[in-house]
Design a binder for this molecule. Structure first.
Ligand code: SF4
Ligand code: SF4
Length: 424
């Protein structure tokens, strides 16, 4: 039995919401003064970047960091001038580069960007070169990985976390773009087997995409990609590589090649302090503070801002943090509703073990993690089988932040393994 709410007033049910639960018309949010974009590469060679502070940029312009790393780039969603390029430490010490652009309030012309030209003849190479930073963050580079042989493309039309309806909205209002995106993916990758997974109430609309349609159950975490692969599509998993895309990412591919413009407007489900939700359509790179102003919400000292859904999202340090291409939800949690984690010892109640969807002995795992024995945790309790659904933390009566500990433990083991490899 679930004894407590993880989330106070904005209490998530353990059932996914449907798009009908949320007012469907998104509020349009444009960045006011500047945007911040992240490039997935460390900023280690400051003097040798292809982009420089003071450079003018136009909407749709490709901003590549280093000449010898074509995968490390972002796309400018605005006209303006680069104000700063700097290091940024992401989740779990991930080293990235932040590019801040001051917006030219007069606007700019994107008509002559190189993507317009190449969009006439869709190819995998150009799609990977231009669309990695577009709405939904389509990962096309995975088809270029020589160690992978993708046999199946899975389009995720059901949102993975609770209270979030971003991809449902795309299925509801943008199914034509999803269909075009699927057709283009088939053409440029050669992978013909495409499956789209959607909530039960969207099975019919998803049928128009000519992909195989699978209905996802309404109970959390059945729409989690790992659960879909393990339980809904085991036959595809056995056939080799699977490439996962959100519905929004596939719609971006469809829109990009239809219009010649790179889609940089992102749908974000916003949950306010009183638990009400608003969908916003926001330019990638926009500070979250601009969203707060648009939905009439204020952050007070002690409140918490979360990027992502209530079960798996991560707290942000600042409302100036930008919307990223894969930010599906933003939650503002009032200080009076925050349930803090504690250092109360595990009572061995077994709730976490009973609820874990992949049968991890979470209580044992907690003991290893408490003792800092991360390698033993990995070896003896299948730490890496954890799909990071957050259910164990949700039910823990001692309020142990189990989920956060698990992420830290995985990170610690990965770092140890990387160090061992480097030494070898
Ligand atoms: S987060 Fe917790 S409940 Fe979810 S899979 Fe991992 S150990 Fe199991
Ligand atoms: S970690 Fe929490 S839920 Fe799991 S056995 Fe211990 S007290 Fe119970």
């Amino acid at each position: 039995m679930i004894k407590r709410s993880f989330f106070g007033i904005a209490r998530p049910k353990l059932e996914y919401d449907t798009i009908e639960d949320v007012r469907p018309e998104p509020v349009s949010v444009k960045p006011g003064r500047r945007v911040t974009l992240f490039i997935d590469a460390p900023f280690t060679r400051a003097g040798r970047t292809m982009i420089k502070k003071g450079d003018s940029v136009v909407p749709g312009q490709r901003l590549q960091l280093y000449e010898d790393n074509p995968k490390a780039y972002t796309i400018s969603p605005v006209a303006g001038r680069i104000a700063e390029i700097s290091s940024f430490l992401g989740m779990m010490e991930k080293q990235m580069t932040a590019v801040i652009i001051d917006i030219d309030q007069e606007g700019g012309d994107s008509a002559d960007t190189p993507f317009k030209e190449v969009s006439q003849n869709p190819s995998l190479q150009e799609a990977a070169r231009f669309l990695a930073a577009s709405a939904g963050k389509p990962d096309l580079a995975q088809f270029q990985d020589p160690d992978r042989s993708v046999k199946t493309i899975v389009v995720l039309g059901a949102d993975r976390d609770l209270m979030t309806v971003t991809n449902q909205y795309v299925i509801k209002t943008g199914i034509a773009s999803v269909k075009t995106g699927i057709d283009i993916l088939r053409k440029i990758t050669g992978v013909q087997n495409v499956v789209i997974t959607v909530a039960q109430h969207q099975v019919q609309v998803a049928g128009s995409t000519a992909a195989g349609v699978r209905a996802v159950g309404s109970k959390y975490p059945l729409a989690h990609p790992e659960m879909i692969l393990r339980y809904l599509l085991p036959e595809q998993t056995g056939q080799g590589g699977i490439a996962l895309f959100t519905a929004e990412a596939v719609a971006s591919i469809g829109e990009a090649f239809s219009s010649g413009l790179i889609p940089m407007e992102k749908i974000v489900t916003t949950v306010k302090k009183d638990g009400t939700r608003k969908l916003v359509s926001v330019t990638v790179g926009t500070p979250i503070t601009d969203i707060l102003a648009a939905v009439g919400e204020k952050i007070e000292p002690g409140d918490r801002l979360i990027a992502g859904g209530p079960m798996t999202g991560a707290a942000l340090y600042s409302p100036d943090h930008p919307v990223e291409p894969d930010t599906d939800a933003v939650i503002i949690q009032g200080k009076e509703t925050i349930v803090e984690g504690t250092d109360t010892p595990c009572t061995n109640c077994g709730q976490c073990v009973r609820i874990c969807p992949v049968n991890i002995p979470v209580n044992e795992l907690v003991r290893y993690m408490d003792a800092g024995e991360y390698e033993q945790a990995a070896e003896r309790t299948a730490l890496f089988s954890c799909i990071e659904c957050g259910l164990c933390a949700y039910v823990c009566e001692s309020r142990i932040p189990v989920f956060q500990f698990i992420r830290l433990a995985k990170h610690a083991v990965e770092r140890m393994n990387a160090a061992e490899e480097a030494n070898a």
